[in-house]
Design a protein around this ligand. Structure first.
Ligand SMILES: C[S@@+](CC[C@H](N)C(=O)[O-])C[C@H]1O[C@@H](n2cnc3c(N)ncnc32)[C@H](O)[C@@H]1O
Length: 152
């Protein structure tokens, strides 16, 4: 299993980067014991629809389960998200998680997604979505590990 995060835009030094790096490091540590690999991050230039969509498509490992972050998608509980991740791990399936840029994600990409994942109906800045997703990955690994981080 490989876990790839494809995100439009470059995350520069600052509070969001500190949080993303921290949560992804925690995910790598907790995930190791759960058969979850560290996340490989691919940043794609935000150049507008055409070439941006192609760059995203090129960054996706072939056959990977495609999870697109989209406010119009499904809201999952954290244990549900953890269960999906655990199921893909058990199938040895690669997973690609994609966060769009200012213009959102291409409709053609949305059509081939295995999961459209929403963090609520409101639109969040993509850099904050990166932080939230990194935290949810760490939470998922903690849930699969049975650690007390997730108490709900
Ligand atoms: C600023 S938003 C772009 C919104 C754009 N107007 C659209 O139509 O998608 C940038 C990216 O952040 C992610 N995003 C923003 N809000 C989200 C939410 N509530 N749930 C999941 N992802 C979200 C999506 O990947 C989106 O493509």
């Amino acid at each position: 299993m490989r876990l790839t995060l494809v995100a439009v835009g470059r995350l520069r030094k600052g509070p969001e980067k500190v949080l993303v790096d921290d949560y992804l490091a925690r995910f790598a540590k907790t995930g190791r014991g759960q058969g979850l690999p560290p996340v490989t991050l691919t940043e794609v230039e935000g150049r507008g629809s055409g070439s941006e969509a192609e760059a995203i498509a090129r960054a996706l490992p072939e056959g990977a389960a495609l999870v697109l972050l989209d406010e119009r998608g499904a809201t999952l509980t954290s244990p549900d998200f953890a269960a999906r991740l655990g199921a893909w791990r058990d199938e040895a399936r690669d997973v690609a998680l994609v966060i769009g840029g200012a213009d959102g994600l291409d409709a053609a990409l949305r059509d081939r997604a295995d999961l459209l994942l929403s963090f609520g109906a409101m639109v969040w800045p993509h850099m904050l979505v990166r932080v939230m997703l990194a935290e949810q990955l760490y939470r998922a690994a903690s849930i699969l590990a049975g650690s007390p981080y997730h108490r709900a």
